[in-house]
Design a protein around this ligand. Structure first.
Ligand SMILES: NC(=O)c1ccc[n+]([C@@H]2O[C@H](COP(=O)([O-])OP(=O)(O)OC[C@H]3O[C@@H](n4cnc5c(N)ncnc54)[C@H](O)[C@@H]3O)[C@@H](O)[C@H]2O)c1
Ligand SMILES: O=C(O)[C@H](O)COP(=O)(O)O
Length: 392
């Protein structure tokens, strides 16, 4: 039985993928083997030494201490693309809201309550809410992953010219991206040409404050900036300065921060990008299945810190081992298997950066499995050893 701790409310559609006979869901668990979460900040959390896997029902993993997890041999999963449509739809709403003063206008109309001549007041004052159309304008999409591609293609359908910037564009994304999207060679080129700019990149040490004073200095005057990715991608002080100078006409973001409130050219939403029933179910299901397959079989799909590794279950026991990606590990592992007279049926060894991961399917297990495990842990740089024997 594995205990799974939920750190946020997780859709029942996802939790139902974890059969009660094998998995015990407990939001209060002190020593869970698995964690499922959304945006809960895990950085200040103590990680129990029996924790095996963490699944993020969503895209961004900046709320999870990835390096610490990798060091402890804990894979962190996310759910690529599972909430992309939900975010795309909100970005399209944001695009229109950033252009036309829809929210201000609607709020103003509410202030007319009790006014006997609402129609007259509306016609007299509506000009203060004028805003440009988006058709024929240029939008720059930064990051052409699951969300960026959908946004770029949808913007073309709305009659916009689209330029994109993504130095790490994947083949998968390229397949889905319309050929009509122009490529910007640099971020500076993109911001200098765009009437609308939308950000769809992860927040990490390299991308923090991507929008800083220097980038705003080369941004097209009057641009509208949309940030549905992460607050930390924009330096808020530089942003407010850019708004004052008229470089940014309007900023719309999904990431509230005290310093952004009370400015009529800044519209802040309460992190609603993935908050649709469809997206919450998609993400929860995908995360639960990823964690289930890892806990049951050691199989890894969609991990941000571990290599993918899938070996279909054949009924035989298997040993999953993670270790540093260095020379002579296979030789040392093989020697331990030989010592314990284990015949290997199948072995898959994959690596990602500094980490390697093996699934070794065995024809037999020794009588003293604990001794085998101790010998594997005795190999320098082995992080985690799991013996998975469904037959018990
Ligand atoms: N508002 C929300 O509720 C919400 C929902 C989902 C995702 N997000 C955020 O959006 C981000 C993107 O989500 P996604 O599903 O499209 O992820 P993704 O991994 O599919 O796409 C990210 C893309 O950014 C590109 N990229 C990385 N660094 C870059 C850089 N420096 N310059 C340009 N491109 C760069 C990558 O190559 C990749 O193509 C997530 O990391 C998350 O922070 C927010
Ligand atoms: O990165 C994500 O997937 C989004 O920011 C969604 O976060 P949420 O699951 O907390 O809504």
């Amino acid at each position: 039985m594995y205990t799974i701790k939920t750190l946020n409310q997780i859709s029942q559609a996802g939790l139902s993928k974890l059969p009660e006979a094998e998995f015990h869901i407990d939001p209060e668990a002190a020593r869970p083997e698995g964690i499922i979460l959304r945006s809960f900040d895990m950085h200040s959390m103590e990680l129990n030494d029996n924790l095996l896997g963490v699944a993020r029902a969503g895209a961004g993993t900046n709320n999870i201490p990835i390096d610490k997890c990798t060091e402890m041999g804990i894979p962190v999963f996310n759910t690529p693309g599972a909430n992309a449509n939900a975010v795309k739809e909100l970005v399209l709403a944001g695009l229109l809201v950033s252009s036309r003063r829809i929210i201000n206008g609607a709020q103003w109309v509410q202030t007319l309550a009790g006014n006997e001549n609402v129609e007259k007041a509306v016609e007299a004052c509506k000009k203060q809410f004028i805003g440009p159309e988006i058709a024929g304008k240029t939008i720059g999409v930064i990051g052409l992953g699951a969300i960026g591609v959908l946004v770029a293609n949808a913007a073309l359908d709305l009659g916009m010219d689209v330029i994109g910037y993504d130095p790490f564009l994947t083949l998968e994304a390229a397949w889905h991206l319309s050929a009509s999207v122009d490529k910007a060679e640099t971020l500076e080129e993109l911001v200098s040409k765009s009437d609308y700019i939308t950000i769809h990149i992860p927040l990490n040490d390299k991308t923090r404050n991507t929008f800083d004073e220097k980038l705003f200095a080369v941004t097209k005057k009057g641009a509208r900036l949309l940030n549905f990715a992460r607050g930390g991608l924009v330096d808020n002080e530089a942003l407010k300065d850019a708004i004052e100078k008229g470089i940014i006409a309007r900023y719309i973001t999904d990431f509230p921060d005290e310093t952004l409130l009370g400015n009529e050219n800044i519209i802040v939403l309460p992190h609603l990008g993935a908050s649709t029933p469809e997206s919450e179910e998609n993400c929860a299901e995908m995360a639960a299945v990823e964690l289930r397959e890892y806990l049951r079989y050691g199989n890894i799909r969609n991990s941000v810190n571990f290599p993918g590794c899938i070996v279909p279950y054949s009924g035989k026991p298997r040993i999953a081992i993670s270790h540093s990606n260095i020379v002579n590990m296979i030789g040392q592992l093989g020697a331990v298997f030989t010592k314990h007279h284990i015949n290997i049926d199948k072995m898959v060894n994959n690596s990602k950066g500094e980490l390697a991961y093996n699934i070794i399917v065995c024809d037999n297990l020794p009588e003293n499995v604990n001794e085998l495990v101790d010998d594997l842990y005795a190999i320098h740089s082995v992080k985690k050893v799991r013996v998975l024997n469904q037959e018990g």
